[in-house]
Write a protein that binds this ligand. Structure first.
Ligand SMILES: Cc1cc2nc3c(=O)[nH]c(=O)nc-3n(C[C@H](O)[C@H](O)[C@H](O)COP(=O)(O)OP(=O)(O)OC[C@H]3O[C@@H](n4cnc5c(N)ncnc54)[C@H](O)[C@@H]3O)c2cc1C
Length: 390
């Protein structure tokens, strides 16, 4: 039976575009369906949405031949985690795990643009923009998608990479479990007196963590997790008042804050699809899971989903075959569930009642004292097998 593509991916965000680029680079025919426009080249100031890419994610993106813009990304070599009163502290250095760096921080839009640039070079990839699926039907050897622009496409496998409010997930009648942390993350881009120092700082406070993430030059991205009301109050502040509030709460790692450049806030939720697969269908990225962003792992585990699925396609197996889909679900659900549990426990350990917070402090002290435990934690956070000896 003739199909339009070997694989159709719904959603051209960072995860969907990365899968399209990897599979397209290997010569497979890909249809990428995106409801928005093709991303435009980032210019001007750094965007508020930035993400860390760990070692496995970077290797996966680079394996598709995608060139990342060095001028809009920033490698980081240390992660400094502490609690507010100084009773718990751990410094993780990439060198301790035999790595040059932990990965990079990059603007979401810069990564997405770089991936779409790569897609434009790949003759086996077709991007369908400004359209979305209206309905879908699965047959024995293929799944068909009816799009809202009147087109119908079919492929042996359709992948939903269309984000937390996935239409494809809804059309496949896959439900989710969700949890509201009743917190918001306020992201604030600031200009700093001192240049970035290859360090990502995180301080746990009883109301939520605060983080200072490096951007190139004299810039940093602050993430301030707090209760909804407290965040709303900060959102209402003018830049001068907000700057004073930041100076009162954040450690002065990079000297004074010289300017508040931009800010926005996002609700913090956890969500997990009850199934990642359906007949000739798989969900990846935020369509499958949304984790607390405090460990900077949401995009990373989405890219690891894409990596696992790409491997199945590239090995030449029928990717939509039930057993291959099941293999994907088993591997990825276990890893993602572990990440959800880890980020959830971090949240509750450091923002819970005092005994829980003391346990959190103890975990940092143990990590600092036992290099082996520290190394294992870092390998895990990098998407690498912590039990594999170098
Ligand atoms: C405050 C905050 C900080 C974060 N920091 C980090 C970090 O440091 N590191 C990290 O790894 N993760 C981080 N994350 C998580 C990360 O941002 C997400 O996991 C990631 O953006 C998910 O990518 P995605 O491609 O799966 O989904 P999305 O980025 O949501 O992309 C979905 C795409 O699908 C398209 N689409 C939607 N509906 C349809 C439809 N019906 N038809 C066709 N197309 C459709 C959309 O237009 C979009 O292009 C953070 C999240 C938050 C909230």
């Amino acid at each position: 039976m003739q199909h339009d593509h070997d694989i159709i991916i719904v959603g051209g965000g960072m995860v969907g575009a990365a899968l399209a680029a990897r599979v397209g680079h290997a010569g497979f025919s890909v249809g990428l369906v995106e409801k928005g426009a093709e991303p435009s080249e980032p210019c001007g100031d750094y965007d508020l949405r930035i993400s860390s890419l760990n070692a496995r994610s970077l290797a996966f993106v680079k394996a598709s031949g995608t060139a990342l813009p060095e001028e809009r990304s920033c490698p980081f070599r240390h992660i400094d985690v502490a609690n507010q009163d100084g009773t718990g502290h751990a410094l993780f250095s990439a060198a301790d795990s035999g790595m040059d760096d932990f990965g990079i921080f990059i603007e979401n839009r810069a990564l997405q643009y770089a991936l779409w640039q790569r897609l434009a070079q790949l003759p086996s990839v077709t991007c369908y923009t400004h359209c979305a699926p209206l309905s879908t039907i699965a047959a024995t050897s293929a799944r068909q998608l009816e799009l809202d622009n009147g087109q119908t496409l079919s492929a042996p496998m359709v992948v939903g990479a269309d984000g937390a409010r996935s239409t494809l997930r809804e059309l496949a009648q896959i439900s989710v479990e969700s949890y509201d942390y009743h917190q918001r993350a306020m992201i604030i881009n600031v200009e700093t007196e001192l240049p970035q120092q290859d360090v990502s700082w995180q301080v746990f406070t009883p109301t939520g963590p605060i983080a200072m993430l490096p951007l190139p030059g004299h810039r940093a991205s602050l993430v301030w997790y707090d209760h909804e009301d407290a965040t709303r109050a900060r959102e209402a502040m003018d830049n001068a008042t907000l700057k004073t509030a930041i100076e009162g709460a954040f450690p002065r790692r990079l000297g004074n804050i010289t300017r508040v450049v931009a800010r926005a806030s996002f609700p913090i939720k956890r969500q997990h699809a009850k199934r990642y697969i359906g007949k000739r269908l798989a969900l990846i990225g935020d369509a499958a899971h949304v984790v607390h962003p405090l460990a900077g792992q949401g995009l990373n585990i989405g890219l690891h989903d894409a990596d696992t699925l790409a491997e199945i396609v590239i090995q030449g197996r029928d990717p939509g075959d039930y057993l291959n889909l099941l293999r994907f679900e088993c591997q990825r659900r276990a890893a993602n569930q572990a990440m959800i549990a880890a980020t959830d426990s971090f949240h509750h350990l450091f923002t819970g009642a005092k005994p829980l917070r003391q346990l959190g402090d103890l975990s940092l002290q143990l990590a600092e004292r036992f290099p082996f435990a520290k190394r294992m934690m870092m390998q895990q956070a990098n998407g690498l097998n912590p039990f594999k000896m170098r």
